[in-house]
Ligand binder design. Structure first.
Ligand code: ADP
Ligand code: ADP
Ligand code: ZN
Length: 213
């Protein structure tokens, strides 16, 4: 099963992608997590990516596409994968289609997790992320069991630098300009599924599962 998660920053792509990955035993591939791991390890890629991420801008396609193509060529992706946060531009989507076409494959589902901009701003302000294991929580809707501590690995959870309100606004603008056109792109391919992402997490998930049937 080859799935793309579409949606604004904070729509719940990551939250849903992790559950999909578990249910269907396929890898969860998050470009945001890959960049953040590179930043943590102080790699060349991390240094370059951070400059863009801190401003709420997209990392250039040249730094992003090859990384994903290499990842989906790995052995554990043979039965599919769920892409979270990629593609984010039309050229990225075209690069993905072209890479898969070389081995006679194509994407099967693009799930748009739809949430209005007003809700996004609240969600991002309350998001807390574990920089160690990538788990995400929300101070109101999905709290950690112990305040400020990741349930999964016991490290502190923090407000991401790019989740501060001024950066969130910029990311939303970038989303509407550069990423939203992908909805039409995948609709034309006949693989778009839309779910109402403003519902509780469990309901969003069951709607997604129903749309994959
Ligand atoms: P969110 O889950 O809030 O949408 P991500 O973790 O997916 O955020 O991404 C964080 C940041 O990493 C983005 O704002 C962007 O700067 C960068 N990034 C992630 N994926 C991509 C991509 N496919 N293309 C360009 N930049 C990306
Ligand atoms: P994305 O990957 O699209 O940026 P996340 O999955 O990180 O989004 O979710 C953004 C924030 O909203 C997180 O704090 C998460 O815990 C919370 N969240 C996710 N899904 C829901 C939901 N259905 N209802 C309420 N809050 C949610
Ligand atoms: Zn953790």
């Amino acid at each position: 099963m080859k799935i793309i998660m579409l949606g604004a920053p904070g729509a719940g792509k990551g939250t849903q992608a992790k559950q999909i990955a578990e249910k269907y035993s396929i890898p969860h591939i998050s470009t945001g997590d890959i960049f953040r791991a590179n930043i943590r390890n102080n790699t060349e890629l991390g240094k370059k990516a951070k400059e863009f991420m801190d401003q709420g801008l997209l990392v250039p396609d040249e730094l992003t596409c090859d990384l994903v193509m290499d990842r989906i060529a790995e052995d554990d992706c043979k039965n599919g994968f769920v892409l979270d946060g990629f593609p984010r531009t039309i050229p990225q989507a075209e690069a993905l289609d072209a890479a898969l076409a070389k081995t006679g494959q194509k994407m099967e589902y693009a799930i748009d997790v739809d949430v209005a901009d007003e809700n996004i701003v609240n969600r991002m302000g309350g998001r807390r992320a574990c920089l160690n294991c990538g788990a995400t929580y929300h101070i109101v809707t999905i709290p950690t069991k112990q305040e400020g501590i990741c349930d999964k690995c016991g490290n502190p959870v923090v407000l991401r630098d790019d989740d501060k309100p001024e950066t969130v606004q910029k990311r939303l603008t970038v989303y509407h300009e550069q990423t939203q056109p992908l909805i039409e792109y995948y609709k034309k391919q006949g693989i778009l599924k839309s779910v109402d992402g403003s519902q509780p997490m469990e309901k969003v998930f069951s709607d997604i599962v129903a749309s994959l049937a």
